[in-house]
Design a protein around this ligand. Structure first.
Ligand SMILES: [Zn+2]
Length: 67
């Protein structure tokens, strides 16, 4: 049984296109991340100020449904 659990915990990666720079990167299966490692911090900085501004209808919102 322990061996089976080990197998289940094996890290599964899938190829994903970064939605910011378009580069291919490896994503851990089950993660909702859509940006590569180098773009994540940039998008975090970019998105943070937007939170304070309340815009109910952002055209960008549809893009996140894409994946
Ligand atoms: Zn990227």
């Amino acid at each position: 049984m322990e061996t089976e659990l080990k197998h289940e915990n094996y890290l599964q990666l899938e190829l994903k296109y970064c939605e910011r720079c378009g580069g291919l990167w490896l994503r851990q299966r089950g993660m909702q991340q859509v940006y590569c490692a180098s773009c994540v911090p940039k998008m975090a900085e970019f998105c943070a100020p937007q939170r304070t501004i309340s815009q109910p209808r952002l055209p960008v919102a549809d893009r996140f449904e894409f994946m």
